[in-house]
Design a protein around this ligand. Structure first.
Ligand SMILES: *Cc1c(COP(=O)(O)O)cnc(C)c1O
Length: 398
């Protein structure tokens, strides 16, 4: 049987066909009126997608570029920062803050878990200049309580800024950025936006802009104030990733169509879809006797599944690829070999989810070390789908 190559990785995610077409045919030069119009519109749409009145900027980099910008622009060497870490991406915040000479305080919880609010409250002294966290820790599949944490940070006063890496959180989680008071929130193109890697985007609060007037850390390419000035003219400070901006624009049009003309509604459809795919997957893997890696706080963006005892998750990843050309993700760092990850964010639907669950049954039958009753996982996933009360069919736009 032929096998179609399919990504089930939490970034890059499958590409949206109209975004691919927009990219392939893109030919505008970036210092032209046509491009400025397109860029302005993309930024305005992105603002709606992110859900904020704050400035939204786009950088030509992977998500980590925006993470770096939110350290270099918001801190001075020696500033005390609180880093909340529960996985490889939390550790990236720690490493970045270290690279810029911050005085780092860590709140660390074991992989697969989330933070206790009282522990964060204890560590939030008035001299903490920035708090850094993930909305969803893509290395473990855990979702963190951004709303609970932002409440604590705001109660700590305006001296403390909250920076959220929502690279897999945006498009899978509801945030009230302005209402809660998130100072900087970051997304990446290769996740829920269904386009290739290469763009990072971020929303910056007034408090954060003020902070940048006095911070001393070195920055050049990722100087957000320079980028803000350029964006106001419909330009970027340096050559933008033009064809990706074309793709971004097509992706935001698609999300608007999902919402039957309303982008914010479309974002809700995208989030509900990820949630349903995640719930189907969780039910299936548990019915098959597998354990969730983050059972107490599972994200909608992806599901991390512990490999059965005695089995290397690398063998599972390999079997998915060899038998079905389905690319699922192994664990990162010390989690390599211990878990595998299946994504739900972006361009996934019912058939994709049922397909990967069915493939998982075959993978386990072949290398799982014990007999499989075919249909056990599928049945659980089907029941979740059937029971979903507010399951709405949206127009099949593509
Ligand atoms: C994908 C991802 C990133 C960004 O990684 P890049 O490779 O730089 O795009 C950062 N944080 C989280 C939580 C992610 O999922």
């Amino acid at each position: 049987m032929l096998r179609k190559n399919r990504l089930f990785t939490p970034g890059p995610t499958p590409l949206l066909p109209p975004a691919q077409a927009a990219m392939a045919s893109f030919s505008l030069h970036h210092r032209t009126a046509d491009f400025r119009t397109l860029y302005m519109r993309a930024l305005a749409d992105l603002k709606q997608f992110v859900g904020t009145k704050n400035d939204v900027l786009v950088l030509a980099s992977s998500g980590t570029g925006a993470m770096e910008a939110s350290v270099s622009n918001l801190t001075s060497p020696g500033d005390k920062v609180l880093v909340l870490t529960a996985g490889k991406f939390g550790e990236r915040w720690r490493d970045l803050a270290q690279a810029y000479g911050c005085a780092i305080e860590l709140v660390t919880v074991p992989y697969g878990e989330t933070f206790r609010l009282d522990e964060i409250r204890k560590r939030l002294t008035s001299d903490v200049r920035c708090v850094y966290l993930q909305a969803t820790e893509s290395s473990t599949g855990a979702r963190h309580d951004v709303q609970g944490i932002v409440k604590l940070v705001r109660a700590n006063g305006d001296n403390t800024l909250l920076v959220v890496d929502a690279i897999t959180g945006l498009g899978t989680t509801h945030f009230d950025i302005d209402g809660w008071g998130i100072d900087l929130i970051i997304g990446g193109s290769q996740k829920a936006l269904m386009i290739p890697p290469g763009l990072a985007y971020l929303a910056v609060s007034e408090r954060a802009w003020q902070r940048m007037e006095s911070t001393q850390s070195p920055r050049y390419y990722f100087d957000l104030r320079k980028e803000r000035k350029a964006a106001a003219r419909g330009e970027s400070a340096f050559t933008p990733a033009t064809s990706l901006i074309g793709a971004l624009s097509a992706s935001l049009d698609y999300i608007r169509q999902l919402g039957e003309g309303d982008l914010v509604t479309g974002r809700g459809v995208l989030i509900a879809g990820a949630e349903l795919c995640a719930e189907m997957t969780r039910a299936a893997v548990q019915a098959l006797g597998l354990k969730l890696f983050s059972p107490s706080c599972p994200a909608a963006a992806l599901t991390a599944i512990s490999a059965p005892p005695g089995i290397d998750s690398g063998a599972i990843v390999k079997e998915f690829r060899e038998s079905f050309a389905a690319v699922v993700a192994n664990g990162q760092g010390e989690m390599k070999g211990k878990l595998f990850r299946i994504a739900h964010l972006g361009y996934y639907d019912y058939v994709d989810t049922i397909g990967i669950v069915a493939a998982l049954e075959h993978v386990l039958a072949k290398i799982g070390g014990r007999p499989i009753q075919y249909g056990t996982g599928l049945r659980a996933a089907q029941e979740v789908y059937a029971c979903q009360a507010n399951r709405e069919t949206v127009p099949a736009v593509v």
